[in-house]
Design a protein around this ligand. Structure first.
Ligand code: IMP
Length: 186
């Protein structure tokens, strides 16, 4: 663990920064092949997708555009509410555009399934999904990412953009948050 100051709040590292970067390079090659000749609009979902967007977009050799949305589906806790609200909308008109949604993690898939419908209803030609991580419950919402980093077990994880109460996003690796942290509501 690189961060000694928070190491007592984390259990095991599930995915390292090196693994994430290597996988995103592979996915970048796939995306370049699939979108050859078309300029894709990357849409990042704030705030968790900041790290994956930064690394994935820089792994791409082709020209892309980038925009961001912020939605709320989680409060400060660790449970999905199923409620999706747009906090920040796109600046770009996506009518007639090919959109690639960039997400940190698919848990229940509720957020992405809602977002995909929302973007399609604005006239996007296609809406595909790239997610750095996926948990097993994603199968329930029938959300299949077109580009996936890693499948992880059903544990609450932090790092690489993922937070608990806005903390831990800056950690380079993805690690399991020790249950004692959220049990105490720290
Ligand atoms: P979903 O709608 O259940 O798929 O939830 C997606 C969002 O919940 C993600 O974009 C994250 O912001 C958040 N989330 C889900 N699982 C975790 C986790 O293990 N750690 C931190 N955030 C999570």
């Amino acid at each position: 663990m690189r961060y000694t100051d928070v190491s007592d709040q984390l259990d095991e590292v599930l995915v390292t920064e090196e693994q994430l970067l290597a996988r995103l390079e592979e996915l970048a090659r796939e995306v370049e092949r699939d979108y050859a000749g078309t300029e894709v609009l990357l849409v990042g979902v704030l705030k968790g997708a900041v790290m994956v967007m930064a690394d994935f977009s820089r792994a791409l050799r082709d020209s892309v555009q980038m925009d961001w949305m912020a939605v709320s589906s989680y409060g400060n806790g660790t449970q999905s509410t199923g409620v999706v609200r747009i906090l920040k909308d796109l600046d770009t008109d996506i009518n007639g555009r090919h959109v690639l949604l960039v997400e940190d993690i698919i848990d229940t898939g509720l957020t992405l399934s809602w977002l995909r419908e929302n973007l399609m209803s604005r006239g996007a030609l296609s809406v595909k999904i790239l997610a750095a991580l996926r948990k097993p419950d994603a199968v329930v919402a029938d959300i299949v990412p077109d580009y996936l980093g890693f499948d992880i077990p059903n544990k609450f994880v932090v790092g690489y953009g993922l937070d608990y109460a806005e903390r831990f996003r800056h950690l380079r690796d993805v690690a399991v948050l020790s249950p004692h942290v959220y049990a105490k509501g720290e």
